[in-house]
Ligand binder design. Structure first.
Ligand code: HPA
Ligand code: ZN
Length: 353
């Protein structure tokens, strides 16, 4: 029995969201590294940690901005050394996402974080892909990979990463379909990566980039016009530019919004003041995602539930967010149509919370 009427309605809301087939489109696999797994891998790999317990590590997750998070996030990834480590990390994410009703995930990973520590790029690909193929074969959970460049590093470094990865393209053609751009945004504008993104486009990769998280609306426009990305990761600063907002809405350019990330990194000071509901109501193709759930205190379901409560999203709006996630995915049209039908039939049957 729920303890109170509000607990009962919270449970009903979570159950409603869980049952909706959803895609997660903004997820960094390194950001799913839970403190418990950091400690387990550190022991397995004989890596010394500067924390004496899971609790003291978790207590350090009090971020003041994007950079304060990135410092811990890159340090945490230091325990990932072997193919098995990347496999275990990915398998744990898939299990968690499936429990939230995610049916398809488009997963970013940062090879430069690992190659800089002497981990071979082949090891990274093999571990992540192995777990994703198992998830597909055992559970019908589909996914794809978006190899992401770190924008605090040079464009030359991104080119070298691309060159190192391209010999693997055929072997991972079932998964590796796209390219992303992440890490410290301010001072590292889209134009810094225009040439490498042009090369990736020529090679036929799908393109996404983080923009308008901490950076200005102009970075969102530049990601579209200079990098030719199809989706914007975050994009919450787009609202500063009404013409950009009209463009996003009329062209149905997806934003992969991550509300709990924005709260933890102080992009917003309170979820009730997040602009995702306003943007959704203005016709922008908003999707909800978890970004780095192990660091930000919630997976996809938590992001839906916390946003729905803080912003009084209606059941129809929650259903729209799920529908947007399927439509904005890089799945083939036939798969999108099948999942949209599944979603419509769940919505038709489910009691609204
Ligand atoms: N922004 C930029 N870089 C990142 C993020 C983010 O939210 N998460 C992981 N790398
Ligand atoms: Zn991100």
């Amino acid at each position: 029995m729920p303890a109170s009427p509000s607990a009962a309605s919270a449970d009903a809301l979570a159950e409603f969201v869980r049952r909706l087939p959803k895609a997660e489109l903004h997820l960094h696999i390194e950001g799913t590294l839970e403190p418990e797994l950091i400690f387990r891998l550190a022991r397995r790999n004989h890596v010394a940690l500067p924390y004496d317990s899971v609790e003291s590590l978790r207590a350090a997750y009090a971020f003041t901005n994007l950079q304060s998070f990135l410092d811990l996030y890159y340090a945490g990834a230091g325990v990932l050394l072997t193919e098995q480590d990347f496999h275990d990390l990915t398998a744990a994410y898939v299990q968690r996402a499936r429990a939230d009703g995610v049916v398809h995930a488009e997963i970013m990973f940062d090879p430069q974080t690992h190659t800089a520590r002497g981990v071979a790029i082949e090891t990274v690909f093999a571990g992540i892909a192995g777990a994703l193929r198992e998830a597909r074969d055992r559970h019908g959970f589909t996914s794809c990979l978006l190899m992401s460049f770190l924008r605090h590093l040079s464009e030359q470094d991104a080119f070298e990463t691309l060159e190192a990865a391209l010999p693997l393209r055929k072997q991972y053609a079932d998964l590796w379909i796209g390219i992303g751009l992440d890490s410290a945004e301010r001072g590292n504008p889209p134009e810094k990566f225009a040439r490498v993104f042009a090369r990736c486009r020529e090679l036929g990769f799908r393109l996404v980039a983080h923009a308008g998280e901490e950076g200005p609306a102009a970075y969102v426009g530049d990601a579209l016009d200079l990098l030719h990305v199809e989706r914007i990761d975050h994009g919450v600063h787009s609202e500063e530019d009404p013409a950009l907002m009209r463009r996003l809405a009329s062209q149905r350019i997806p934003l992969t919004v991550c509300p709990l990330s924005n709260l933890k990194l102080r992009v917003v000071d309170d979820l009730s003041r997040h602009n995702l509901a306003r943007m959704l109501r203005a016709g922008v193709n908003v999707t909800l995602n978890s970004d780095d759930p192990a660091y930000f205190g919630g997976y996809v379901l938590d992001n839906y539930v916390a946003s729905a409560r803080a912003l009084s999203l209606s059941p129809v709006e929650i259903g729209q967010l799920a529908a947007n996630s399927l439509a904005a995915s890089f799945l083939p049209d036939a798969d999108k149509a099948r999942l949209a039908r599944d979603l419509a039939s769940v919505l038709a049957q489910c009691p609204a919370p």
